[in-house]
Design a protein around this ligand. Sequence first.
Ligand SMILES: Cc1cc2nc3c(=O)[nH]c(=O)nc-3n(C[C@H](O)[C@H](O)[C@H](O)COP(=O)(O)O)c2cc1C
Length: 218
Amino acid sequence: MAESKWLGPNRWAEIVGPGNAPGPGSVVGLVTNPNLKFAIIVGSTRPGRVGASVAQWVADQAKQRSATYDLVDLADFDLDLLNEPTVPGAAGGVYENPKTTRWSQTIEQYDGYVFVTPEYNHGVPAALKNAVDVLYPEWRNKAAALVSYGADGGVRAVEQWRQILANVVLHVTRGQMSIRTYDEILEGSFEPAQRRPEQIAALFDQLEPLADAVKILR
Ligand SMILES: Cc1cc2nc3c(=O)[nH]c(=O)nc-3n(C[C@H](O)[C@H](O)[C@H](O)COP(=O)(O)O)c2cc1C
């Protein structure tokens, strides 16, 4: 049984061993803040989408982390195309459309996000772009990581996301995971290559301390 203790900003110790205290037989390792909460956002709302299977795999891998990762399916929110009379940057998190309010309340509670994004016509998917556009303060000074998929790994969408997310002050990790559909999406389902678990763990390793570090800016 491991216990996590806070040592200061970005420094948590995981103590495993007798009495959960440093001493003979115990192992002490630095881990990231276990109280952080992340949403893994399924960025495709399309019937028959492969995105749900990619996001589910990410969520399964995240179960090994001390931090909490929830799967948030954009399709469950049935968001309207931006129809708020006040621009989100000026709305102060108060919206007229109940669907926007529900999305806002969901997104607000997280310290960071894993965007699972397809690439449509060499760009970002419209439904997920709209989901980002309808909010503003909810994203501000949090962290994000991008998992993309497409014929070329969805990397063009990722580069566009980096520009877009900068404007809502979402701090994006340098690393990303880009899945080539012809290699690893088989019969509509993600069949990860052997290296993927290690890659996604490395991405979580970047995301979690970044999310912890930018908390002070909120
Ligand atoms: C409207 C549309 C445009 C697409 N454009 C691209 C593209 O530019 N690049 C690419 O790699 N794949 C493209 N694809 C193929 C998608 O990568 C593939 O359909 C993938 O399954 C989409 O993700 P989803 O099933 O989770 O929606 C496109 C698919 C759609 C529906």
